[in-house]
Design a protein around this ligand. Sequence first.
Ligand SMILES: [Zn+2]
Length: 417
Amino acid sequence: MVEAIIIFFVFAFGACVGSFLNVVIYRVPMGQSIASPPSHCPVCGHPIRWYDNIPILSWLLLRARCRHCRTPISIQYPLIEAATGLMVVGLYAAYFLAKVRTLGLGPGDPVRPAALDLANALPMFVAHAGLLCALLASAAVDLRYYVVPLPVMWTAAALGAVAVLIQPHPFLPSVPATAAAVSAAAGLGLLAGLWAIHRGWLTPSFIDAPDREGPVTPPARKEQPSARRRRKGGKGRRRRGSVGVTAADGVNPRLEVLREVLFLAPAFVLAIGAWALVTKVPAVAAGWGGLFDTAAHPLLAPRLSGLGGVLFGFLIGGLWIWGTRILATLAFGREAMGMGDVHILAGVGAVTGWAVPSLAFFLAPVSGVLIVLYLFIRRRQRELPYGPWLAVGTVLAMLFYDSLVRYVGPGLKVLFG
Ligand SMILES: [Zn+2]
């Protein structure tokens, strides 16, 4: 009985988040604020009252029409709300009822007793549920507009960091102090790269490439100039679907992608420097390693280690896609993979640690079969966005983590352990 009440509230909460996701899916691709103006009918402009804004129920009670102008309301709204509610309930059931996750993958992570429940893992659950919501919104926007809404994934990544600071949890594979130092240095290096672009010392890649003639997607084209400028630097601009920029677009993709290598250079240099400091200089090694001693710092050590896991996951997740993009673009002379996908897997890594995005990267092509099926049914013979594949791959990796880790874990432990 108590379980049924919890499930009802988890579903209701998920449906409310789904209601918010509808706003995100509708407004973010157009560069509009998600906060103002408040919800209104896009046709007659009438504000939507709270009693007409109850997830799923209002759509049914209004019989799918605006109360004032009777314009039909898309079934997308209640569908997204129901899907979000079911998704969050599904995650709750998988984690706390079926207890699908018992394994960690860090060097000090033993098989864990499955004693987690919502009460002692609430921040972790909120972050993981938030990640699923962000992936749903990203996939929906990607399927419709062939862009990935970056702030959505950034929000999910921030949620992951906050969750681990509030309450370190065992679903994040622990990382050793050395990996935490390398990750922190690489993170600083990325900030340095962004600073260089901000100061104009480094030109963002692919900035002058015209959008390829592809399927014209009006909402994406109406994007406000400010939003467009904010996302320059290749951060999140994505060519339509899988058709990348080629030499025919008036830019040399190989040279362009080398700009991205330059952007990443400070991160690699600082990471190597940090690795040398904490492994080769005994005094630094002792001082830094001491901070991760749980006995000496019971409050700080798990949080520092958790934050290291978040950063390491963010970098590994992003690196899978960005590395593939750089190597494939250099090899084939046409832009490969979108920067939006880099942000998707980086966000996944920030919430779940490095193992899930690594598994998702290899599961994504499998999930692609499902997406092809969907597009076939919808008779949309367009190029495929990659974001939804990664989203499905991530969900598979989160749910079947234990079996996957048992299967590939020994090999990974050789690499990272
Ligand atoms: Zn109306």
